[in-house]
Design a protein around this ligand. Structure first.
Ligand code: 5SP
Ligand code: FE2
Length: 215
């Protein structure tokens, strides 16, 4: 079963509770939270206080995507705020194993993220230690961007690496996911699909989630 992780970056921030509960009732599997610091990416979004406020209003796992410099400084705060999965960009980590160990020491699942231009080879050394690999299909920073087609072979490459090693690691895709691109990501080997605008721009979120799932 394909998991759907609506990105609240495209939700109405003045009505976050309603927009989160709407996707929970619509069949979402995770709530994807995009954390941006204005340094690693040219946008500023959500901090641990907002994650803490969201925690009691949903039973879904909180999938926290850190697009920040120096993630080690902030990981404990996001874990304490209630994150279930914390994913960090290889491009932002000077000592990747140390960062992943820190996430796990906080009792949280660890994910590793690569930008569209970062080769899959960069995650091979950490594959045994993570719960999730997130492949960006846009350059991080904003919702509503166009899907970058050239990432599709990277999804298949990551899926093969995981299968060859007999690992249980989820393959998540993020950026420009809609019913049409979702089908190709799944065909390539993705099992978790993040979608922001394709869900929140639709009045019927349940229907939007089902069509991304391919139902
Ligand atoms: O991490 C990011 C953007 O940096 C994403 O999670 C976006 O929020 C996805 O938005 P859509 O491309 O689905 O509109
Ligand atoms: Fe994201």
């Amino acid at each position: 079963m394909i998991k759907i992780a609506p990105s609240i970056l495209s939700a109405d921030f003045a009505n976050l509770q309603k927009d989160i509960q709407d996707v929970e009732q619509g069949g979402a599997d995770y709530i994807h939270i995009d954390v941006m610091d204005g340094h690693f990416v040219p946008n500023i979004t959500i901090g641990p206080l907002v994650v803490e406020a969201i925690r009691p209003i949903t039973t879904l796992p909180l999938d926290v995507h850190l697009m920040i410099e120096d993630p080690d400084t902030y990981i404990p705060a996001f874990a304490k705020a209630g994150a279930d999965i914390i994913s960090v960009h290889v491009e932002a980590c000077r000592h990747l194993h140390r960062t992943v160990q820190l996430i796990k020491a906080e009792g949280v699942k660890a994910g590793v993220v690569i930008n569209p231009a970062t080769p899959v080879e960069s995650i091979i050394p950490i594959l045994d230690d993570v719960d999730l690999v997130l492949l960006m299909t846009v350059n991080p920073g904003f919702g509503g961007q166009a899907f970058i087609e050239s990432v599709l072979p990277k999804i298949s490459q990551v899926r093969s690496l995981i299968t060859e090693r007999g690992l249980s690691v989820e393959v998540e895709v993020d950026g420009g996911v809609n019913p049409e691109t979702a089908a190709r990501c799944v065909e390539a080997g993705a099992d978790v699909l993040v979608a922001g605008s394709a869900i929140y721009q639709q009045a019927d979120r349940k229907k939007a989630i089902s069509s991304i799932r391919g139902n």
